[in-house]
Every structure is written in C-alpha cells, then in structure tokens.
Design a protein around this ligand. Structure first.
Ligand SMILES: [Ca+2]
Length: 497
C-alpha cells in the first residue's frame, strides 16, 4: 500500500532522526556544527557512473587518471574504502538503488537485455533461472518516496531498468532525460544513436536534441550535464532529487581527443592504468562533476545539497581487452571477486559529514534508500520499508556511530559472464569473504585483511569457518527466495574448455 502525501503515523525512521536543521553533532568541527544551513528537505544529487573501477579515481590511487574535481568532493565529504555494489553488473545494482532491495529478492539478477527466459550457450554447463526484465511498477522507488514528499525528481542518463512501460516516468521521476531500456549508448558522440548490428536494433538516447542547434560534435557526458544544470537552475528553490546517471565509462571506449592525447603522452611503462581513451572518459566525468559542483555554488545551494558519487559495479577488467585494470583487486565486472563489486563511493553532506574523512565499513547499494529517507526526513511506505535489505548510513556519515550493526553482506549471480565468472554466490562477514560456485559446488574462502587480491584460498585450511559461513549464505538465499541455476540440457561437454 502506498502513501499518498501525508506521513503515516508511527514510522520508526522519523522518531530516530537527528535534528537535520540544527547540524550539531558533537564530533563535528565547530564551523560545521554552527552553519545550520541544511534544510529539513535538502537537495539530493546522486551521481551514478557506469562500470567505474575501485581504483579509477585519483583519490582511490589511479596512476594515470586525473580527477581533481571528484577528489575535491572527497575532501569535502566522506570517502568509503569498502563500498560495494549490489551486483557485478548494471541492472541489478540500479534496481537495488531504486528500491533498497537486494536484486535476488527482486528476481533481477542479470542485465535487462539478457533477462527473461534463460538462453544458455551450449558451452555453458548451467542455465540461469528465469529473471525479471523490468522493475515492477508496484515497487515504491526512492523517487516516488521523495516525490510524495514534495521533491521534484529528475532522472538524467542511463536507466536500464526495463522497457518503456517501466521507464523513469513510471517509477516516480517528474522528468526523464536520456533513460531507456539499454545499458549503453551506440556512441558517445552526437547524435548518440545508430544501428547496432549485434542486436539488430536502432539505439538512441532521447531528450538531447537542441532545437537551437549546437549539437554537432557534442559529447554525451557533457550533454547530460548541460541538461542536469538546466534542471538544477530551474529548481534551485528545491527540494530536488536528481539521479544523474552517466553512461560513461562503460564501453564503447570513446573519449574526447584532447584528453586522449594528453593521457597518451602520460602513459609510462609499468603503469597499472594504461588506456588513454578510457582515461579521457574518466576526465570528462570529472570535468562534469566539477560543473555540477560549480552550479550548486553559483546558485547558492551548495550547503543545502547532498552529493553522492558511486559506481554501479567494478571496472571491466578482461584479459581480452585493454579497457581497465582493477589491481590490486582480483577480476572485474561480472565477477564476485572484489574487482567486480568493490566500487568508489563519496558522500558530501554539508554541515553533517566531517570533511576529508575516510570510512572503511562495508556498505552497499541497498543502503542508499534508507539513508536518503533519513537524510530527507521522509518516512516512505511502511510495507515497502520492511523488505528493505539495506541500513541507513546516516549514523556513520554524521560520526554518531562507528558501526552499522550489520555483520554480513551477500551477493547472488546465478549466471555466466564472459571471461569473468560462472554462476556464483558470495558473502562477506568481517574480513572473511566466501564464494560458492554452482557448477562444481566449490567453495573459496579469503581473508580480505591479509589478502585483498583474493589469491590465497583458505577453504581447505579452515573447514569449520567455511561451513559456518556457507550455512549463513544458504540461510540467506532461502530467506530471500534466491533463484538457482539448473543443468543446461543442451550443454556439450566436448566444447567445454
Ligand atoms: Ca555497469
């Protein structure tokens, strides 16, 4: 049941709220504790990037990429060193952001284009389960919750959560610019569209025509920001919720030539990151994040705007293509090793989050829904909230708590991903990481404190711990009604290698 405007009585979130307007957490520097400029309904700008790896930003240690604006955002807020995505691929993580629910609970465990009935290749031993293709309309999204509180809700950029009936407009957004069913643009260059032979379809990014001209040569990351800035300027009196969801740095790897030339000159032997055009894509993201921060300052709403910066999964780190390298983490997009799921996360909450702070708690996508509800004094819908799989990060963002009271995180991906994984589930508890592979029922166990690269499998040495954690994973999968892969009747073993 959805609420329709007024707050339902007795919602626990409200009674636990700190006084947002007072901004007086004890451990905050005095200059921040006394600003008092944050309204009860602050603006929220959630910058989502696509496939950005954990080490892609300069402040996370990239040896090639340059990200001065995003690094400045980190200096003004909290940077998380153990942030995760709900999944190692796009659609499930985005569904988790919108709902606060685990992708396995939603039955959305694979990307939109590959969802529905399983279509295993003959070289795949297992067939994935049936998966939901569209974010169900009866989910009460974070956009709906905020719109019902009087927010203007804007989606700009990649959506990837279903067909046209399930576009952002149907999920609580007042405006949708650029969001479609597709996970990537045909090209980052105007007109951002074209016939994609591999899928036999015409792909496009709607809402970016400029009737006055000036489109020629325009770059998608810049154009999405142009539109985002127009919305911010028009809605400066707030409250505004913007999901600014850049398609970049997802393939196709297309950077602006000036940036690309610059990074070509910079690459040296021994560097971890060594794709100049990919570095150019990151530079454009950074430049545009800077434009967003500048317009907030120009409009005088910087102190009343919370900015998130986050990636939907780890970097594409495939041995067959030189796109990215997630070292020191293992593997990349598609895999449940750390390279596929550990991502950058920065939160700037003026007056509440101490500047230049690091946080090493494991946090994940489902946490944003309850976090944003609490940040905005929004109750949401009680029947939706009881099935949320995340916890509010507000106590740690404000320095009021050092722990989230949560011990375990889980992932479930009953599918294949080229060069990255066979069907797998995983969990993290403390420093321990366990992976369960379905093809051969094998279990791996790593201690991330000693071995963040997941090179030393301790499952054989620690059988009791392995069993205890695996039991927890099995219980969780049952509780959440996770769907399992099954034997692929068309599997041809002689082709397996
Ligand atoms: Ca992605």
């Amino acid at each position: 049941m959805r609420k329709s405007g007024l707050l339902p009585a007795g919602i626990l979130l409200i009674s636990n709220l700190p006084l947002a307007a007072a901004g007086s957490a004890d451990n905050q520097p005095e200059s921040f504790a006394t600003t008092g400029s944050m309204n009860e309904k602050p603006n929220i700008i959630f910058i989502m990037v696509d496939d950005m790896g954990w080490t892609d930003l300069e402040c996370y240690g990239s040896d090639l990429h340059e990200t001065p604006n995003i690094d400045r955002l980190a200096e003004e807020g909290m940077r998380f060193t153990n942030a995760y995505s709900a999944a190692a691929i796009c659609t499930p993580t985005r569904a988790a952001l919108m709902t606060g629910k685990h992708p396995a609970r939603l039955g959305m465990t694979i990307w939109h284009e590959y969802s529905g009935e399983p279509r295993p290749g003959i070289h795949e031993r297992l067939a994935g389960p049936f998966t939901e293709s569209n974010l169900p309309l009866d989910e009460y999204t974070i956009a709906e919750a905020l719109r019902d509180e009087g927010y203007y809700t804007a989606h700009v950029g990649k959506w990837h959560l279903g067909n046209a009936v399930h576009y952002p407009e149907a999920h609580g957004f007042n405006i949708n610019i650029g969001g479609t069913m597709w996970g990537m643009p045909f090209t980052y260059w105007y007109p951002f569209s074209g016939w994609r032979e591999t899928d036999n379809e015409f792909r496009y990014v709607p809402g970016l025509e400029n009737p006055a001209g000036g489109n020629k040569g325009s770059y998608l990351t810049d154009r999405l920001t142009d539109e985002a800035i127009k919305i911010i300027e028009a809605r400066k009196d707030g409250p505004l919720f913007m999901h600014l969801s850049y398609y970049s740095p997802h393939v196709p790897v297309e950077g602006k030539p000036g940036f690309t030339r610059y990074f070509e000159e910079k690459i040296r032997d021994g560097m971890i990151h060594r794709n100049a055009e990919y570095a150019a894509m990151i530079a454009s993201i950074d430049e545009n994040a800077g434009r967003i921060m500048n317009v907030l300052q120009k409009e005088g709403i910087e102190d009343n705007t919370i900015v998130f910066f986050y990636s939907d999964n780890g970097g594409l780190d495939s041995p067959r293509v030189n796109v990215n390298n997630n070292y020191p983490l293992r593997s990349g997009k598609g895999s449940l090793y750390e390279g596929g799921i550990r991502v950058p996360l920065i939160v700037k909450w003026p007056g509440r989050t101490s500047p230049h702070t690091l946080n090493s708690l494991p946090v994940t996508t489902m946490d944003f829904y309850p976090t944003i509800l609490e940040m905005t004094n929004t109750a949401g819908d009680e029947s939706h909230n009881i099935n949320i799989d995340g916890v509010s990060l507000v106590p740690v963002l404000t320095g009021q708590a050092k722990s989230l009271g949560r011990e375990k995180l889980f992932w479930h991906y009953p599918h294949y991903y080229p060069d990255a994984t066979t069907p797998v589930s995983a969990m993290r508890k403390g420093d321990w990481k366990l992976l369960h592979y379905f093809e051969d029922d094998s279990i791996e166990l790593y201690n991330l404190a000693d071995d963040q690269g997941e090179t030393d499998d301790l499952a054989g040495q620690l059988p009791e711990l392995k069993t205890r954690l695996y039991d927890m994973l099995q219980i969780w999968r049952r509780e959440i009604n996770a769907q399992f892969p099954s034997f692929n009747p068309d599997f041809e073993p002689e082709l397996w290698h």
